[in-house]
Design a protein around this ligand. Structure first.
Ligand code: NAD
Length: 353
């Protein structure tokens, strides 16, 4: 039995997670699924965003499927008790340092993308490789009173080791794609970025077949809109990757379509849609479950080498879209609007493996 820890979380998390589990049950008979509370749901039930039982279950499982955490109900919680802390803590505890975010154009992308159809029609297939375990989200923070208000700081810290391991991850992945890596930093201003650039350059010598370019974050944000098809693998730090992947997600349609995998040294991984808990549509059967379902497909491919099953799920997603079915976030004229669970059923109906 392969053991999957399922952490549905808050808002639309449980709705999209249940569709992904349904799809996994359909394609893999040898999986067992155990649910545990995380985020706001865990704060409500036991006062902590990541209870020790949830962490124990994750450590004892072969892989983790997560929905989303957070919501207005917990916005006033102190920083260490916010639902989002659960995700940061999980990444640290499980030493998962590489976040892979594919940005792929689909049949409906030209209608639902805010970019001109001509730009999207060229085809977009980008993989953002984001460092996940360091940088400004984990560096020391402070806030102190001054005579006129407050002074607050967050610190961007990267070590050579942290940069080396994420660079190896990106170059290793690029070998199986078009062999092009764009490393994104702010080396004209930040010392941590200068170390990033030097280290990525040094590691690239071990991958002579890979074409490496460096780009400043501000230029990259612009190029993603002007000419997204120029990119293949984008390698970047924690915060730049967070921002760029949300930007990139909308150029192909909706954030509800974008899966992610967070992996460490071994095959172990945490798989989750990149979107949040979307409180504005929670509980209304409106959420697009495709990001969660594609995250499950990434799990099969990356954690369990189940390529045939992963491809079958991805093909079934494309089939449902080609048949004109859309959730409200990607709806366009002439298509048929369906809810979260109907989209899940349609994808299952289209799976052949
Ligand atoms: P969000 O991603 O939850 O929502 C942004 C917009 O996208 C909303 O209009 C929402 O309706 C829409 N959207 C998101 N997912 C969708 C889906 N699957 N189908 C259709 N529409 C979808 O971002 P937000 O509103 O900034 O954050 C809401 C909460 O989620 C906050 O508490 C935030 O901290 C949290 N959050 C959690 C994660 C995570 O769990 N990994 C990530 C981002 C934000």
């Amino acid at each position: 039995m392969i053991r999957i820890a399922v952490l549905p979380g808050d808002g639309i998390g449980p709705e999209v997670c249940s569709q992904a589990v349904k799809v996994l049950r359909h394609v893999c008979k040898g999986f067992s699924f155990t649910e545990a509370a995380v985020g706001g749901a865990a704060l409500d039930s036991c006062g902590l965003p990541l209870p020790s039982e949830t962490l124990k279950l994750c450590k004892e499982s072969d892989s983790i499927l997560l929905g989303a955490v957070g919501g207005p109900k917990w916005n006033a919680a102190p920083p260490h008790l916010r639902p989002e802390q659960a995700i940061l803590q999980l990444r640290k505890e499980l030493n998962i340092y590489a976040n892979l975010r594919p940005i792929v154009s689909y049949p409906m992308s030209k209608d639902s993308s805010p970019l001109k159809p001509g730009i999207v029609e060229k085809g977009i297939d980008i993989l953002i490789v984001r460092e996940l375990n360091g940088g400004i989200y984990f560096g020391p923070k402070s806030r102190e009173r001054t005579s006129t208000g407050y002074l607050a700081s967050d610190t961007e810290i990267y070590s050579t080791d942290e940069i080396e391991r994420i660079a190896h991850a990106a170059f290793g992945i690029a070998k199986k794609r078009t062999r092009k890596v764009t490393s994104v930093d702010k080396a004209n201003v930040l010392e941590s970025s200068r170390l990033w650039r030097e280290t990525v350059e040094k590691i690239s010598l071990q991958y002579p077949e890979i074409d490496l370019e460096h780009m400043y974050i501000d230029n990259c944000a612009m190029q993603l809109i002007l000419n997204p098809s120029r990119f293949d693998v984008i390698l970047t730090n924690n915060m730049f990757g967070d921002i760029l992947s949300d930007e990139a997600s909308v150029i192909t349609g909706s954030i509800g379509m974008m899966p992610s995998a967070s992996i460490g040294g071994q095959s172990f991984g945490l798989y989750e849609p990149i979107h949040g808990s979307a409180p504005d549509i929670a509980g209304q059967n409106k959420a697009n479950p495709i990001a969660a379902i594609l995250s499950a497909a990434m799990m099969l491919r990356l954690s369990f080498n189940m390529y045939r099953e992963a491809n079958a799920i991805e093909n079934a997603v494309e089939k449902a879209l080609n048949m004109g079915y859309r959730t409200s976030d990607i709806m366009s004229s002439g298509c048929k609007e369906v809810g979260t669970s109907e989209m899940g059923e349609l994808i299952i109906a289209g799976i052949s493996c």
